[in-house]
Design a binder for this molecule. Structure first.
Ligand SMILES: Nc1nc2c(c(=O)[nH]1)N[C@H]1C(S)=C(S)[C@@H](COP(=O)(O)O)O[C@H]1N2
Ligand SMILES: [Mo]
Length: 407
C-alpha cells in the first residue's frame, strides 16, 4: 500500500519554504555549471539544488521556475525520479501553500450536476495507473537553427513517470456531461502577477477527455506529486505534449463551444504541415493547436566526444519513446546513418512510456565515428534525418547524432 502522505502539516512546511524563496528570489544557483552543447551561446547553465523537493537541476529560469533535468539522469532507468523531474510554469504567482483539507476540484459548465470534490472523494474513485512521458512542446528548443524565442531547453524538458489517480471519464460521468458538450477546459491554482495576464487554461475535445486514458493523477512514481509538478492533482494526457497536463488542477469546465482562450487560440500552435515543418521566415501558413507527440530516441551512456576502444565490444544504451503510440523498433548506426542495426528493447512499460534499448557494438578501426539512434513507432512514424523547424521551437525529433573517437 502506498503512503499517500496528504499530511497537512508536512505539506504546509514544504510549501512555506517555497513561499519564502519565491518572495526573496533567493534560489541560490551553485557556482557549478553544465554545458548543454547548444549550437549558440550561452551553452552553459547553472546547476541548482535550491528548489523544494528537487535535487540537482539545471536552472533555466528562476521565476516562474524553469528547471531542466540533467541528461545523465536518463541513463539511470526508465522512470525519471521525482526529485529530478523537470519543471515548467508560465505564471509566477504559484500558491505558497495548499490546505489539503479545504482543497476542492470543481466540475462545472455543461454538466447535469456541478461538483466540488475534496481529495478523499477523488481517492475513493476507481484507481487508474499508466506510465507516460511528460514532454514539453519546446523540449530541445535550444537546438533550433536558426534560433527561436522561448526557453532554450536542452533535451531535459521531458521525463517518464508512473501516474496513479482516477480516470477523467469517471469524474465527468459523476457530474454527467450535458448534451452539446464540445470541449473540456482545465485550469490550475496559480495566477499571473499582473491581473491582465490570461489564466493558464487548456482544453481537450470531449471525446478525448472521455477516452478512459486521460486521467487526474495524485501520485507520481508512487509518491505524492512534488509541489512544482502540480501537487495535489494534475491532468495526464498520455501521448500528448505536456502543455495539456495542467498542474494543481482545480477546475474542470465542460464547454459547449470550442475554447478560444489565449493558451488555445494564440499560444502553443504549430504549422498545419507534415512534421509541423516550415522554412525559417515563411509566413501565412495555417496553424493548429499542438497535440500528439512524435517518436524520439537518445543514447544515454555516451556523450559527444566520448572515447571507446577499438576491437572491443562497447555497450551502447539509451531510451526511446513512440510519442502517441508504442515503440516498434530502435535502430542503431555507427557510420553516420549509412547502415542500421536493430537494438534490443527493454521491458515494455506501456505504449506511452520510455522504453530502454541497448546494443553491443565493436569498432574495428581507430578514428572518428558518428553514432546515431532512430526509433519507429507502432503507427509507422519514424524520426526524420533532418531537423524540422517552426517559429515556436516545437516538436524537434530529428535523429540524434553522437560523434565519438575510437582509439
Ligand atoms: N497549472 C499549470 N499547469 C501546467 C503549466 C502551467 O504553467 N501551469 N505548464 C504546462 C507545460 S507547458 C508543461 S511543459 C508542463 C510541465 O510539467 P512539469 O513541470 O511537471 O514537468 O506543465 C504543464 N502544465
Ligand atoms: Mo511546455
Amino acid at each position: 500500500m502506498v503512503d499517500l502522505r496528504f499530511g497537512r502539516r508536512q505539506f504546509l512546511e514544504r510549501a512555506s519554504a517555497l513561499g519564502v524563496m519565491i518572495a526573496s528570489g533567493s534560489f541560490g544557483a551553485s557556482a557549478e555549471t553544465l554545458n548543454l552543447h547548444l549550437p549558440g551561446p550561452p551553452s552553459e547553465r547553472p546547476l541548482t539544488k535550491a528548489f523544494p523537493q528537487k535535487g540537482e537541476m539545471i536552472l533555466q529560469r528562476t521565476r516562474p521556475p524553469l528547471l531542466e533535468t540533467p541528461f545523465s539522469v536518463f541513463d539511470k532507468g526508465v522512470f525519471t525520479p521525482n526529485d529530478q523531474f523537470f519543471v515548467r510554469w508560465h505564471l509566477a504567482d504559484i500558491p505558497e501553500s495548499i490546505d489539503v483539507t479545504s482543497f476542492r476540484l470543481s466540475v462545472k459548465g455543461l454538466v447535469n450536476q456541478e461538483l466540488s470534490l475534496n481529495l478523499s472523494e477523488i481517492l475513493a474513485l476507481p484507481r487508474f495507473e499508466i506510465a507516460a512521458v511528460n514532454q514539453c512542446s519546446g523540449n530541445s528548443r535550444g537546438f533550433f537553427q536558426p534560433r527561436v524565442p522561448g526557453g532554450q531547453w536542452g533535451h531535459g524538458a521531458m521525463g517518464n513517470a508512473k501516474w496513479t489517480g482516477v480516470r477523467l471519464r469517471d469524474v465527468l460521468d459523476r457530474a454527467g456531461v450535458g448534451a452539446g458538450a464540445v470541449q473540456v477546459r482545465f485550469r490550475g491554482l496559480e495566477e499571473g502577477v499582473l491581473p491582465a495576464t490570461p489564466d493558464f487554461m487548456k482544453s481537450l475535445d470531449i471525446d478525448h477527455a472521455r477516452d478512459g486514458e486521460v486521467m487526474i493523477a495524485y501520485l507520481m512514481n508512487g509518491e505524492q506529486l512534488p509541489i512544482l509538478n502540480g501537487f495535489p492533482l494534475r491532468l495526464i494526457v498520455p501521448g500528448w505534449y505536456s502543455t495539456y497536463w495542467v498542474k494543481m488542477l482545480s477546475s474542470i469546465e465542460v464547454l459547449g463551444e470550442p475554447d478560444e482562450n489565449f493558451w488555445m487560440k494564440t499560444a502553443y500552435r504549430i504549422p498545419d504541415t507534415p512534421g509541423a515543418n516550415v522554412k525559417p521566415g515563411e509566413k501565412g501558413f495555417k496553424t493548429v493547436p499542438i497535440s500528439r507527440m512524435v517518436p524520439r530516441s537518445f543514447i544515454t551512456n555516451l556523450s559527444a566526444g566520448a572515447t571507446i576502444e577499438a576491437g572491443k565490444p562497447t555497450l551502447v544504451r539509451g531510451l526511446a519513446f513512440g510519442g502517441d503510440s508504442g515503440v516498434a523498433s530502435v535502430d542503431f548506426s555507427s557510420d553516420g546513418g549509412t547502415s542500421w542495426t536493430p537494438a534490443t528493447l527493454g521491458a515494455d512499460e506501456g505504449q506511452y512510456s520510455f522504453r530502454l534499448w541497448q546494443i553491443n557494438f565493436t569498432a574495428a578501426e581507430r578514428g572518428q565515428r558518428m553514432l546515431m539512434v532512430r526509433t519507429t513507432n507502432k503507427a509507422g512514424l519514424t524520426q526524420p534525418p533532418l531537423p524540422t523547424w517552426n517559429p515556436g521551437g516545437y516538436m524537434l525529433n530529428v535523429i540524434e547524432s553522437t560523434p565519438i573517437t575510437v582509439s
